[in-house]
Design a protein around this ligand. Structure first.
Ligand code: ZN
Length: 447
């Protein structure tokens, strides 16, 4: 029975790819409020074509699309995806237009193909194969597809609060997934939280001639001094109480993480570096990656940055920074501690203009649903899934974690370039990913 589903997936491969091209040609950029309704409608049509009952839930921003198919099975599988994409800029760095999908050397290039429209469609077309092969689904299916993931899901908490019951399922597949540098398929069991902050400093009424800087205060210097107070050169965050709620790795987690092939050399080669930050290697490197919070400066703005020179003392300076948080840390608490830190260090003039964020969440490493995904991967790819306890990235997993154990797998690989120009996915991997979903469904039916 499963064989006929897998065979159907091969037969349908070209149609599925055409569907990916169709949805990727709509520029559904949430940041610009573009193409949102059009994409949500197309998605609903695609879900309905495989017998899934859909609903469009308006929010203060992009609507959430849900899908439900109750076949009266014991288990329910939920998919979380998003139909919005990152902006495609800078356009001149694309080898083909971002919203005109094109296949070159076995890869499909388009904005959103790897993050995450291709994943979404691999799931829908796995279900389609069941339907067209005439094989009854052994699990009930739920979809939650939002349209604001790329702008940090501002309206999803409202939706999940109202529809908590709908989120209940025995297992869930999170939106994205990738393969390692060596081609090994990877799964992620969690996501870090995030606190995103904008700093603003203004010290004088308007820009001045820089010759005045011997007597006038400098906003950019205030900003960099404040920033440099946040973290020492050993990467240790200096905010009082910042690490209070960080839970140390358990023995079980330590053993689990020690067995992961972290591909240290391949990573160094990829980034063209000799050493990781702090000379981290082995266990320390993994701990930093999976289990420690950190801080990064995302952007700095002040004064003159164009060609040649301009002697100016800028009145204003601003910075965007983000903290990646681990389980138990809360953005509201951290932003308070950050404010206290700045005030205590004499930087009351550095304003927190706005902030946003959400906490981390993880699925336990020994959950039986993880084993199901591992079995499915082994069957389709012929090798063991590389399971990471969490990604260092962030996502709204915390909204789901009390209702469904989530595993993140998908069609991406180390060349996919999500959020960057020339985003792509390998066509043959897309087909395999569809098969893996079909086998997850089959295995879940036996659970
Ligand atoms: Zn993304």
């Amino acid at each position: 029975m499963l064989d006929s589903v897998l065979k159907k997936i091969d037969e349908n491969a070209n149609r599925a790819i055409d569907a990916v091209k169709e949805i990727c040609s709509i520029p559904s950029v949430a940041a610009k409020k573009q193409g949102i309704d059009e994409t949500a409608n197309l998605l609903m049509k695609m879900l309905e074509a495989v017998g899934i009952e859909t609903q469009l839930h308006p929010t203060a921003g992009s609507p959430v699309v849900t899908g439900y198919l109750d076949v009266g099975a014991k288990r329910t599988l939920l998919f979380y995806d998003h139909y919005d994409v990152q902006p495609a800029e800078p356009l001149e760095l694309w080898d083909s237009p971002p919203f005109e999908p094109e296949i070159r050397n076995g890869r499909l290039y388009a904005r959103g193909v790897a993050d995450n429209k291709g994943d979404t469609l691999s799931r829908i077309w796995a279900l389609r194969a069941y339907k067209e092969a005439g094989v009854k689904l052994p699990v009930n299916i739920k979809f939650v597809v939002e349209g604001e993931e790329e702008i940090s899901s501002p309206n999803l908490p409202d939706f999940t609060k109202k529809h908590a019951n709908f989120l209940k399922a025995d297992g869930g597949i999170w939106e994205f997934g990738s393969a390692g540098f060596d081609g090994t398929q990877e799964a992620w069991l969690g996501l870090k939280g995030i606190l995103y902050v904008q700093f603003e400093v203004q010290r004088i009424s308007h820009n001045a001639h820089s010759s005045n800087s011997s007597i006038l205060p400098s906003a950019p210097f205030r900003l960099v001094w404040a920033l440099s107070s946040l973290k020492d050169e050993k990467e240790r965050i200096q905010i009082k109480g910042f690490y209070d709620d960080v839970v140390p790795m358990t023995k079980k987690e330590r053993e689990f993480v020690a067995k992961i092939d972290f591909e240290e050399n391949a990573r160094r080669k990829f980034w063209k570096i000799d050493k990781f930050v702090n000379n981290y290697e082995g266990e320390d490197l993994r701990e930093a990656y999976y289990y420690l919070p950190h801080l990064s400066i995302d952007g700095l703005t002040s004064g003159y940055q164009e060609e040649g020179s301009m002697t100016v003392l800028p009145a204003k300076a601003s910075a965007k920074i983000d903290f990646r948080l681990v389980e138990n840390q809360h953005p509201e608490d951290i932003v308070k501690k950050l404010r206290n830190h700045l005030d205590a260090k004499g930087f009351s003039d550095v304003k927190i203009a706005w902030y946003d964020g959400y906490p981390a969440a993880k699925t336990p490493i020994d959950h039986p649903f993880v084993k199901i995904v591992e079995r499915a991967n082994q069957k389709v790819y012929g090798h063991a899934l590389r399971v990471h306890p969490t990604t260092p990235g962030s996502g709204p997993l915390y909204l789901f974690k009390d209702h469904v154990p989530m595993v993140s797998i998908g069609i991406g690989d180390s060349e996919s370039r999500g959020h960057s120009p020339n985003e792509s996915a390998a066509v043959d991997n897309f087909v395999k990913a569809m098969k893996r979903i079909a086998v997850v469904i089959d295995e879940m039916g036996k659970w």
